[in-house]
Design a protein around this ligand. Sequence first.
Ligand code: GLC
Ligand code: CA
Length: 549
Amino acid sequence: MTQHETNNHWWQEAVVYQVYPRSFQDSNGDGIGDLAGIIQRLDYLQELGINAIWLSPVYRSPNDDNGYDISDYEQIMAEFGTMDDMEQLIQEAKLREIKIIMDLVVNHTSDEHPWFIESRSSKDNPYRDFYVWRKGINDGPPNDLESTFLGPAWQLDEPTGEYYLHLFSQKQPDLNWENPAVRNAIYDMMNFWIDKGIGGFRMDVIDLVGKIPDQKITGNGPKLHDYLKEMNTQTFGGKDLLTVGETWGATPEIAKLYSDPKRNELSMVFQFEHVGLDEQPGKSKWDLRPLQIAELKKVFSKWQTELGDQGWNSLFWNNHDLPRIVSRWGNDNRYRVESAKMLAILLHMLKGTPYIYQGEEIGMTNRTIHDIAEVEDIESKNMYADRLEKGYPKPEILASINVKGRDNARTPMQWDNTENAGFTTGEPWLVVNENYHEINVTQALADKNSIFYTYQKLIELRKSYPLIVWGSFELIEDTATDVFAYYRHYQGESWLVVCNFSDRAQRFSLDKTATETIITNTEKTYNQLSDKTLGPYEAFVVKLSSFTD
Ligand code: GLC
Ligand code: CA
């Protein structure tokens, strides 16, 4: 029996769309996207065809890290609306057969969360052990652990003279998962949301919760999978929700620990191996180098083949932390449309659950900044200050931010060509990309050759052809370096996917015949596959007449 017949979940056949609420749609003119705004745009998402929305955090938060610093898990951020709006969003989405996936940020809270306010107040407060407190050593922090947002991960707190751990900003103290009371409080909160009818959770930096800070172990700590099993049993287990862990440190072996159905942990993880391919090895995301397509092929192929039936892939180019893919690995200039479609076809023909980040479906691009004053994101701001102090030249730091900064993904959604792209009637919290006059939803919907319709068709195809969901993957090795070509095989049928991942013509030759063109970003239909010249970013998918190796 195939995996298809034995082990079939709605989220394996689904396409997920990520909404970053702050930047999606403002409904009341305060310049900040909100829940009522998302409700207004559900028809658009239904037209695109997606099955679920991953909603970045909407909980109460002082917004030190745009909602990833939560001060109340059971209240909605005032700027985004009310719990009534949230319930309405869940209902209205359901009417359109769209599930809402909540962002679960439980490695840390805000320092304004009542648990932390209690915790820091005295050493014998009942909430003291909700967080990670340590004595200093020789007038300094307990050790030299670094925060992801730079600087020490330990902060001295005056009232008790001890240090608390924060793997992110000082306003994001880490919860102490070794304390069962913390875990139980989190499970109660998760059940509160499950009872509201949500479709699952995206779990923020979940691979950090098993940390042992005293040994400087942060990711993949020894108790991590015990905690996830316990969470599964106490909350979503048996309810067929979509659960996806953000796991920066996952290899295929580790991904199987999370997502092997027999282990009862999560549905799938986000792994980031491809995301690091344009970084200098061993350095940070800010230390740039060009992507090598050969490496991308290797990494994708590895993940496609190694999970087998013991795990499930997620597929993504973009999220709220990553630059826009068309600017990053496509061409946001002359070949914006062609390259955006090629990237979509390449990703959506793979095995796994695809995620689309808001605006990706219309080919939104990075926005160039010229001065640090234009930046809102805490990560970019901290890096700027840090590197300036270390003597890096300003233009080099700004260049890194323009290529990798998180604000690139966070500029407001471009709906139409009216002022501020139809995102707000007020002053947007982050500047709208000036190219909204040409790149916007209204324009995309009016043009039957737009990137939008490629995404729409890819989603439709996934619903119509089990081969896309369940078929096996085989990389074609003997192609030009910048041609990414692969087969999908399923029940005696084979499809061929060919993508020219470059802005130059490339040769492609295969001694096989196509019987049907499934999707392409050209006007062509494909039959003979020998001796072909592929145009810049040309991509096509065909059904093959017969397949013998
Ligand atoms: C995750 C989020 C990111 C956030 C960080 C801390 O990586 O995606 O936006 O800053 O966790 O919560
Ligand atoms: Ca608003």
